[in-house]
Design a protein around this ligand. Structure first.
Ligand SMILES: Nc1ncnc2c1ncn2[C@@H]1O[C@H](COP(=O)(O)OP(=O)(O)OP(=O)(O)O)[C@@H](O)[C@H]1O
Ligand SMILES: [Mg+2]
Length: 390
């Protein structure tokens, strides 16, 4: 099946030439203004959009700005006939353009650019589906834990069996009452069955948390290769630094899920910053593996800093569920580690995760999670707690 390419140019002659050049290879859609292109995009998914820069109502770059927000995976190629340094700089800075092509273009060059854009689009979609799955599976794990708690409580409340038995034996001669008791017993058995089913399901989920020796550099590099294609993470603003590599006893996927949550939060925090940066550092300190996720984004206000770990606490309105950090906290605890946050309102935030280094002769030691979230500047070496993990 031919792939779709949308070409936007206010000069009809140009659209005719473009269509003639590529209609054998692609399904070409044509629009003569940015507005018309936007209407078409609403109707049809378009992997690659090619637009002329000079158009009367809406320039190519202005169109790309809107498309980038609405359809982040659509690859955008700008055609320009003039030297328009300002428009170009603008487009580069805003990361809006997959590639420029100077007019007049030749078919072979443009063809190879279109093919590359399609490939890049497809790769990006696959990878962003992967990160989505990472986040989603973590959310379902959290739901699993909540379910486990609820089913446990429900079993505790299911105490009517002795009552039913009492009616069955002591009022055996009262048919109507016995009939009601039989009905109650059936409902009871059904409820117990349901709870057992849910418990079995939740247990299955918990079993997936197996731990193995994980080299942090490897887990981090792999994660970065997923994130490269996640449209919500600005790659050019992201840095990974391995200062000291280490091996920990962990579930690699869970560690990656944990980091995705923190990196997504950082990306959100810098979204309005031109000079925004996210730095992930792996280091060792005081017998622990240390991972820091730092950003120079909006920071967290002192009145919110103690609330960020609460489930459902969010400052993102409809855009957030407030689950990310609760999940992170559970995951770090599940690895006998600690997580803390330091933030300066308006300047940036640093999340620090500490995990015991893998050493078979040592038993894992940690402190309970509780008070670790703090607004203080406690970046220094904290002693390893000597309390056994519950
Ligand atoms: N790097 C950060 N910079 C600034 N604020 C942050 C950062 N990380 C977390 N926060 C604050 O903590 C709140 C809770 O974060 P959390 O990840 O739990 O939920 P969320 O991001 O709002 O929603 P969700 O992760 O469920 O999509 C955020 O709404 C935000 O106010
Ligand atoms: Mg979050």
């Amino acid at each position: 099946m031919k792939r779709t390419i949308l070409y936007v140019d206010d000069e009809i002659d140009n659209t005719v030439v473009f269509e003639a050049a590529f209609e054998d290879d692609f399904n070409i859609l044509l629009a003569t203004s940015g507005q018309e292109a936007l209407e078409m995009l609403e109707q049809t998914p378009v992997p690659v959009l090619v637009a002329d820069q000079r158009m009367p109502q809406m320039t190519g770059v202005a169109l790309f700005e809107i498309v980038r927000q609405r359809y982040p995976h659509t690859k955008r190629i700008l055609l320009t006939g003039y030297t328009e340094p300002e428009a170009m700089l603008d487009a580069i800075n805003k990361g809006q353009v997959f590639q420029y092509v100077k007019k007049p273009w030749d078919r072979a060059t443009l063809m190879s650019i279109l093919i590359r854009a399609l490939e890049s689009h497809d790769l990006e979609l696959t990878n962003s589906a992967l990160t989505d799955r990472l986040v989603a599976s973590e959310r379902s794990a959290l739901l699993g834990q909540a379910t486990a708690r609820v089913t446990h409580e429900m079993s505790n409340q299911l105490t009517m069996l002795p009552l039913i038995e009492m009616i069955e034996t002591q009022y055996a001669d009262q048919e109507e009452l016995v009939e009601v008791a039989r009905f109650a017993r059936k409902m009871y058995e059904r409820l117990v069955g349901l709870i057992d089913e849910v418990k079995a399901f939740v247990r299955f989920d918990a079993e997936q948390m197996t731990r193995q020796p994980v080299r942090l550099s490897e887990a981090l590099h792999e994660l970065v290769s997923f994130l490269r294609f996640d449209a919500s993470i600005p790659n050019e603003q992201f840095t990974l630094q391995i200062r000291n590599d280490s091996t920990v006893s962990a579930n690699k996927v869970k560690i990656q899920q944990l980091l995705v949550n923190l990196i997504k939060n950082a990306a959100y925090a810098i979204r309005d910053r031109k000079d925004g940066r996210i730095t992930v550092t792996a280091d060792t300190d005081n017998g622990e593996a240390v991972i820091r996720i730092e950003d120079n984004g909006c920071g967290i206000s002192p009145e919110n800093i103690d609330r960020i770990w609460e489930p459902n606490f969010t400052t993102k309105g409809d855009e957030g569920n407030g689950l990310g950090l609760d999940i992170c906290k559970q995951l770090v605890l599940g690895h006998d580690g600690r997580i803390s946050c330091t933030s300066e309102d308006g300047l940036g935030t640093c999340f620090e995760i500490r995990l015991p280094l893998l050493d078979p002769s040592e038993t894992a030691q940690s402190e309970p999670y509780g008070s670790n979230a703090s607004a203080s500047n406690e970046q220094g070496n904290r002693p390893i707690a000597t309390q056994e993990h519950p």
